[in-house]
Design a protein around this ligand. Structure first.
Ligand SMILES: Cc1cc2nc3c(=O)[nH]c(=O)nc-3n(C[C@H](O)[C@H](O)[C@H](O)COP(=O)(O)OP(=O)(O)OC[C@H]3O[C@@H](n4cnc5c(N)ncnc54)[C@H](O)[C@@H]3O)c2cc1C
Length: 421
């Protein structure tokens, strides 16, 4: 009996012989999905409870991922290279199906990497991206530091400054960053700083800071509700000096961009927003992984748990909830895959499709995990079962990389052209 995917492939192949549109994954994508799922099932999920309780970075799991080639700049480059754009969300969904805290400990690095890829010169990419991952024997992580105590949703409120010291051809960075994933434990920190406060977000620039640069220290580590295997901390920059070569994109490009902004001409946007736009569909895929884990667990539980002499799934109240969970997850995945394909093929997000995908997937994860808890009854609320952890983990997807409210602002502005506040 052929699967739905096989049937889709046959139909698309027989129409005119050129299957230029297909909803089916290709064999490479299926193989990769299976490989990452195997790692998530055999290594990540069994370790999830331990690292959630410890609330610390799961270095042995990161090392294992590095040893099998899942955590490396080569593998990330391979995931990025897929012209359909679907490989990276598939990898993220499977990993986060295993566990979101460990998933973030592995994938938090990609935010820093995305900033370097998006804004760095070829030379900077070649030098800094491998350093974000380290080696299989000594893996490293990277951090992306944009948020500050008074600059969360309002990126224009960033107060960290970078001043150019012409005599030494160095930049001097001062300020406090908040909420940085891997902040203080990373080998590579990408820091967003203000170089011309009069220009708002257009006066921002991104710098890479390595362990050889002095003046960057970790502040308080955040004790969190969920994603507890992922390290989150404040970062202090106290006369942190970096050579000019560590300004992403280089000084000439920055000067040109600032000159255009001062003349009131349009630019390609600011340093943080460029990183977030590219990463939102992938973040949506992470939320999907959590939602799918909770749905699958609840489905299985509902078939096995008996009350009033029958399996609880035989009640429509439970069965219809599970039907809705599955439908919402599949709908969210379609938005994530669409935005991923658009991003990879440089199709402009005219209706904020990247934001749509992250918003939908985040809300589906929160709703699905809450419903899964309900289906498990008391067991849903107990720490011996993973659903309460998934529920805690899911909530962050309404908050980071742009809150749900900010995503709605971005989408409503995009569809209306009106400056909605
Ligand atoms: C676990 C975790 C990891 C993180 N990792 C990173 C990281 O690696 N790097 C990084 O730079 N940052 C990171 N962040 C920060 C994250 O991006 C911010 O928390 C987020 O942008 C929201 O900012 P805020 O917390 O200051 O909330 P605020 O901006 O203060 O928002 C508070 C509430 O007000 C609402 N609100 C604000 N403005 C408006 C408006 N105009 N209209 C309607 N509602 C509005 C928000 O939606 C929210 O509900 C992380 C945060 C967490 C919790």
């Amino acid at each position: 009996m052929s699967t739905v995917e096989d049937q889709i492939e046959q139909v698309t192949a027989t129409q005119d012989g050129t299957p230029d549109f297909s909803m089916a994954l290709n064999q490479d994508q299926k193989d990769l999905q299976e490989w990452v799922h195997g790692f998530a099932e055999s290594v990540v999920r069994p370790a999830a409870e331990e690292w959630d309780e410890k609330e610390s970075t799961p270095w042995p799991v990161i090392q294992e991922a590095a040893k099998i080639g899942l955590y490396s700049f080569e593998s990330l480059a391979q995931f990025f290279a897929d012209p359909t754009g679907l490989t990276l969300p598939i990898v993220n969904e499977e990993l986060f199906w295993g566990d979101a805290g460990i998933g973030m400990a592995l994938m938090g690095t990609t935010l820093g990497v995305a900033a370097i890829f998006g804004q760095g010169t070829g030379e900077q990419i070649g030098e800094w991206v491998p350093r974000c991952f380290g080696t299989p024997d000594k893996p490293a992580v990277a951090a992306f530091c944009s948020s500050e105590p008074n600059a969360g949703s309002d990126v224009s409120a960033v107060r960290t400054t970078a001043k150019y010291d012409e005599a030494k051809d160095e930049w001097v960075i001062n300020g406090q960053k908040a909420w940085a994933t891997n902040g203080g434990i990373a080998d590579v920190h990408v820091v967003i700083a203000q170089v011309d406060p009069s220009l708002g977000t257009r006066g921002h620039a991104a710098f890479v800071v390595g362990p050889e640069n002095t003046g960057l220290t970790q502040g308080a580590k955040v004790k969190k509700h969920g994603l507890r295997a992922s390290h989150t901390a404040d970062v202090y920059l106290d006369d942190c000096r970096v050579p000019s070569s560590q300004l992403l994109g280089g000084k000439e490009k920055l000067d040109e961009r600032l000159a255009r902004a001062r003349e009131g001409k349009s630019s390609r946007g600011n340093a943080s927003m460029a990183t977030f736009e590219a990463s939102r569909p992938v973040v949506g895929a992470q939320a999907l992984g959590i939602a799918r884990a909770a749905y699958e667990y609840a489905l299985d539980y509902a078939k096995n748990r008996e009350q009033f002499g029958k399996a609880i799934i035989e009640n429509q109240a439970i069965a219809f909830t599970l039907a809705n969970m599955k439908m919402e997850i599949d709908a969210a995945r379609l938005l994530v895959w669409r935005a991923s394909w658009m991003g990879r093929n440089q199709v402009p997000f005219e209706n904020a499709e990247g934001s749509m995908s992250k918003l939908k997937a985040g809300e589906v994860a929160v709703w699905t995990t809450e419903r899964a808890m309900q289906i498990l009854g008391g067991n849903g609320y107990a720490r011996e079962y993973p659903v309460e952890r998934w529920h805690r983990d899911a909530k962050i997807y309404d908050i980071f990389e742009g809150t749900a409210e900010i995503q709605r602002i971005v989408i409503s502005r995009a569809i209306s052209g009106v400056h909605i506040r």
